[in-house]
Structure formats: C-alpha cells, structure tokens
Design a protein around this ligand. Structure first.
Ligand SMILES: Cc1cc2nc3c(=O)[nH]c(=O)nc-3n(C[C@H](O)[C@H](O)[C@H](O)COP(=O)(O)OP(=O)(O)OC[C@H]3O[C@@H](n4cnc5c(N)ncnc54)[C@H](O)[C@@H]3O)c2cc1C
Length: 430
C-alpha cells in the first residue's frame, strides 16, 4: 500500500487529502503544524462570490464537491450581495473546522495535528521522508506541499507591521516551513502594488458582541453592514497593500464593510487603528479577535515553481497546491488546486498519468492564467481569484463565468468529465 503525505492542513491540504483517496488503497497522512485544520480558512468564510460560484459548481460536477457542500451546509448567509460582489455565501467560522475534520476522518484520512514538518530526506529530486519537530521521520511515496505562503512571524515583522497573532499562531506552533526550499528548490515571493514584498491579508475580524446592537441586528438579518467613514478616517493607501485585489475597491476604503461569519464579524480591511475605529458610531466598544490596530499576516512569500498538473518543477514526487502553488487568493481556489494535486499524487502512486483541468473550465483556466502571468513584467504583483481582479475579468471575457448549473453540467459532460474525481474513489474513502 502506498503512502501519500500532505504537509499543511489548510483548505488546499484538506482538498488534496480527499482527492488522493482514490485508485488502489492508500494511507493518506495529513500533517498540520497547529491544533486546527483550515489555516487561513479559520478567519475566512466568503464563498460563491462572483466567479467563485461557477468554480464551486464545476468542482461539484467534477465529483470533487465535498468541501464545497460542507461549506454550503455551514453557511450563515447565502445568495447575498456586498460591494462589488454578487450571490455570495458565508460559512460560519465557528463550525467549519470541526465539520471538515469529521469529514476527513470519515474518509479514513489520517489527520495528525501538532505535526510540523521541519526537514526532508531526498535524493535525486525525490523525497523519501519528512522530519517532524520531535526528530522522527515519516516515510512516504508521494508528497504534496500545502504549507501556504503566510508568515512566519519574522516575515510579518520584516515585511509588515508585526505579528498580529493571527489564526496561524506561529509563536505557539512554530513557523511555516517551505518544503521546496528544504529540497534546494527556489520559491518566488510576491510583491504588493506599492512595491513592498508580500501582501497583507485582506481582512480582519471583530468580536460581534463588541458591536452596537443595531449593527449586530443588521449582520444577522442581511449578512452584511456598510458604515460610511468620515473623510478623516478613510485610508485609501490600504487598498494597495491588500492581498485580495477583489476588495481593492473604493467602497472598501470609504466604508467599514462587515460580513457575518458566525461568532465574528469579518471586517474587509487588513487593519484599522482601534482608537479611530471607536470614533465610528456603532463601533465605540469594538474589539479585534484576528488582526489588530496595526497588523495582519503577510502572505504570498513562497510560491513554488510548478507545472499545470501541480507537480513541483525539479521534484519527482512532490506536488503543491493552494497559495504555495501560485498567487491564488481564496478557499475555492485552494480547493481546486488541492483537488488536482491530490488526484495527480494518487495517480503517480498507482503508476498512472498526471492530468490537468481543461482550460474550458474556470478551474483549469485560472491555473494556466497564473502560470502565464508569472512570465509578465508585473507577474509578482498580480493575484488570481475567481471573485475579482484580473482573473474574474478574463473569466468573463472567455465565457467561463456561468451561473446556470445546467449549462455547466452540459459543458462538463461534453468534456467527458462528469464525476471524474468521484469515479475512481477507493473503498477506504467510502
Ligand atoms: C484573514 C483572512 C481572511 C480571508 N478570507 C477569505 C474569505 O473570506 N474567502 C476566501 O475565499 N478566501 C479568504 N482568504 C484567503 C484564503 O483563506 C486563502 O487563500 C486559502 O485559504 C489558502 O489556503 P492554503 O491551504 O493554500 O493555505 P493556508 O490556509 O495558509 O494553510 C496552510 C497550512 O499549512 C500549515 N503548515 C505550514 N507549514 C507547515 C509545516 N511545516 N508542517 C505542517 N503544517 C504546516 C499551516 O499551519 C496552515 O494550516 C482569507 C485569508 C486571510 C488571511
């Protein structure tokens, strides 16, 4: 029986683990350095906004919709609009993690938290084993790196405004480690629009119970609240620092946009000085839960070289997904790349062939667009998401933004890919 080891339990790693459980029976091990799965997804929640709706439906029709459907079931609000974004849904960040953990365990994924990989043993471009902090070695046949691109703390201090003790909690659980770098492979770093290294996470979270009652009510009823800011509190330069280009719109600088993600309210700005925030009606007692007055995590610091099957260039048995695999922003984007990496890792373990998503689908086109974009002059400062910015524009121009599921079903059937990822699911995943 072959062993597939996935390093990093964010959305990409979880999707990779589920997709790898196919073909011949395998031992799938998911290693996560913290005590929780989902990584940045612990503070996220926005799904199905703009082109993410199409991508979510594609994944479902391709037979890789387990995580999409889990997020749908955990939704606090569905089919609502907020500035620049249509038909969004929000999952509850309070229940998402245990829901996903239960799903992975039901599918016989060997989930190991508090398991930080610190080194690899490799020869001639092939990894044989990874080393954990307790110095033990874990051998595997094929590996998938889903370690994300955020932090660690030293980078948030160097390229940002310090460590905000975000959901990745590096001081407690130890820093992110780049597996590709441990193999001697050179990653690249993203840049901001203003020329600085990396990007600041695009949102921070506020305790909902610290908001005035009318704001809490609006969030509960509509999922969103938009509070205009007095001119002196508008910070337009913030838009250039954000990793989420889809939210780099004037509406997000001129207003405080809050979204209801269950226990928290997601504030659509990387940070905001709390003394200024408390001058805004309704925010007099505001308290942050993730993010802070001056800092948030810095991301896009470690993009691995890869082909469009998600195999790392220069490595024989290492795949990558999520933010590690490109300047992709989002849970849905991490699920799509994770699914492909997991499928191809399992195919490699079984002696099969690597596949790519076809470019007739948004899930395939975004991977190709990101690869092509990297060759451009401004390649390091572009970000790719189905939900906005340059990729959503391309998606629309190419007729890939489809809101009609029946039309997508026909498209996927014509490609011969209906239920593709579910068709080869093995008994262990039953
Ligand atoms: C504050 C914030 C809010 C966001 N909101 C949204 C949103 O609403 N909607 C949306 O679509 N996107 C959102 N995003 C973006 C989205 O969360 C990310 O793009 C996506 O989740 C990245 O997933 P990932 O699996 O690639 O990486 P990550 O989520 O970064 O996961 C990487 C995981 O790898 C682990 N890891 C790292 N190194 C090691 C190691 N050596 N050994 C073991 N484990 C390791 C980490 O602990 C982490 O759990 C948000 C991001 C942030 C930061």
């Amino acid at each position: 029986m072959s062993t597939i080891i996935i390093i990093g339990g964010g959305w990409a790693g979880c999707a990779a683990a589920l997709a790898a459980q196919q073909g011949k029976t395998k031992h799938i091990i998911l290693l996560e350095r913290t005590d929780l799965l989902l990584g940045c997804g612990l503070a996220g929640g926005i799904m199905r906004n703009n082109g993410r709706y199409t991508a979510a439906e594609e994944l479902r029709l391709l037979g890789a919709g387990d995580l999409i459907e889990a997020a749908d079931r955990a939704a606090t609000h569905v089919a609502f609009n907020f500035p620049g974004h249509s038909h969004a849904s929000l999952y509850s960040t309070s229940i998402m993690e245990p829901t996903v953990r239960a799903l992975l365990e039901k599918r016989n994924i060997d989930v190991r938290s508090l398991s930080r990989v610190v080194d690899v043993r490799s020869s001639e471009g092939a990894i044989q084993a990874v080393q954990l902090t307790d110095k033990s070695w874990l051998e595997g046949d094929v590996f998938i790196e889903c370690t994300g691109s955020a932090g660690p703390m030293g980078n948030c201090v160097r390229f940002g405004n310090g460590c905000a003790m975000c959901m990745l909690r590096c001081p407690s659980f130890g820093p992110r480690v780049s597996i590709t770098a441990r193999m001697g492979i050179t990653d690249c770093m993203g840049m901001r629009q203003d020329g600085a290294v990396g990007s600041l996470s695009g949102s921070c979270e506020i305790r909902k119970d610290s908001l005035a009652t009318p704001l809490q009510r609006a969030l509960k009823k509509d999922g969103v609240s938009v509070t205009p800011l007095p001119e002196q509190l508008v910070h337009r330069s913030m838009l250039k620092k954000k990793s989420c280009r889809q939210y780099a719109l004037p509406d997000f600088a001129n207003n405080i946009v809050l979204l209801d993600t269950g226990g928290q309210a997601k504030m659509m700005t990387p940070y905001f000085p709390i003394d200024q925030l408390r001058k805004v009606p309704g925010f007099e007692n505001a308290l942050y839960s993730h993010g802070s007055s001056m800092a948030n995590s810095v991301r896009f610091l470690s993009r691995a070289p890869r082909n469009d099957s998600m195999r790392v260039t220069g490595a024989k048995n290492l795949f990558c997904a999520g933010e590690k695999s490109g300047f992709f922003v989002g849970h849905t984007e991490a699920m799509a790349t994770g699914t492909l990496a997991g499928h191809n890792a399992a195919a490699m373990a079984d002696g099969g062939i690597e596949v790519q998503f076809p470019k007739e689908l948004a899930c395939g086109d975004i991977i190709a667009a990101e690869s092509e974009g990297l060759e451009q002059e401004d390649g390091l400062s572009q970000r790719y998401t189905f939900s906005g910015g340059i990729y959503f524009e391309r998606m629309q121009k190419r007729g890939l933004y489809v809101m009609d599921t029946a039309e997508l079903r026909t498209r996927i059937r014509r490609l011969g890919l209906t239920g593709f990822f579910a068709a080869t699911r093995n008994n262990a995943a039953a």
